[in-house]
Design a protein around this ligand. Structure first.
Ligand code: UDP
Ligand code: MN
Length: 258
């Protein structure tokens, strides 16, 4: 049977949340043997996400953990100030280590772990590329880091450096969307997690440096020559007219879920 792909997605309540989750879930519906781990940045599971997942047709696990107040990005903060989704990804890892730890008499766990933010764009092909991950597999990410793409540079089948616009000296100068880890490696390294206190740009490195070295990385997507995932970002919808109408008592019906 195919190795299961465990996709960990941090998500938080905002106007575009349901739209993002709809787009994502309808991609995942095309991927065989996928288990979606949705982690809400919230002190409780929200009805919107609970109901959405129930109707999604996907195999899923619904978790939640609020981002600590001092870690949370404030409305007026620039988006690069603090890393986002850190506690949520770690909660997903915690669940995997608890729920998928090898049971007596059970064979080795065949699975792959991927961190999929709710606003990116994923080609179906990337899931088939990552399914054969032995330890850590890597590939290019489009539209990220102020570049057309960032990618590992492959020579003789090995990753030798990284094409990135910024601080190439980081241990793993890669976006979250550009790698997957085998479940076995995640279970074998119970302390590997994302460090929310890591300096800017070092979040991915904080996790990966406990798991692999550069020469062990497995290049996918045709030796990292194809872009199969994009770090797209969704524009915040303007609510000027909504607010104007609300002031007159003519706002949209709040019982309609958007
Ligand atoms: N996220 C979250 N809480 C927040 C902000 C973001 O859980 O307060 C999630 C978000 O839904 C996404 C991930 O963390 O899945 C990365 O956030 P975002 O896409 O805003 O980051 P960027 O695109 O700027 O890297
Ligand atoms: Mn994003």
């Amino acid at each position: 049977s195919l190795p299961t792909i465990f996709v960990i997605t941090p998500t938080y309540a905002r106007l575009v949340q349901k739209a993002e989750l709809t787009r994502l879930s309808q991609t995942f519906l095309h991927v065989p043997q996928l288990h979606w781990i949705v982690v809400e940045d919230s002190p409780h599971k929200t009805p919107l996400v609970t109901d959405f997942l129930m109707k999604s047709g996907l195999t899923y696990t619904h978790l939640h953990v609020p981002t600590a107040k001092d870690r949370k990005l404030q409305e007026d903060d620039p988006s690069w100030l603090k890393p986002r989704g850190v506690e949520q990804r770690n909660e997903g890892l915690r669940w995997l280590r608890e729920d998928r730890r090898p049971q007596p008499g059970e064979g080795r766990q065949r699975g792959v772990v991927y961190f999929a933010d709710d606003d990116n764009t994923y080609s179906l092909q990337i899931f088939e590329e990552m399914r054969s991950t032995q330890r850590v597999s890597v590939w290019p990410v489009g539209l990220v880091g102020g570049m057309k793409y960032e990618r590992p540079v492959v020579e003789g089948g090995k990753v030798v450096r990284f094409h990135t616009g910024w601080r190439p000296s980081r241990p793993f100068p890669m976006d979250m969307a550009g790698f997957a880890v085998s479940l076995k490696l995640v279970l074998a390294n119970p302390d590997a997690c994302f460090d929310g206190e890591a300096p800017m740009g070092f979040l991915e490195s904080s996790f990966l440096k406990g798991l692999v070295t550069m020469d062990e990385l497995e290049p996918k997507a045709d030796n990292c020559s194809k872009v199969l995932v994009w770090h797209t970002r969704t524009e915040k919808p303007k609510m000027k007219r909504e607010e104007a109408l609300q002031a007159q008592g003519l706002g949209s019906d709040p019982t309609v879920e958007v």
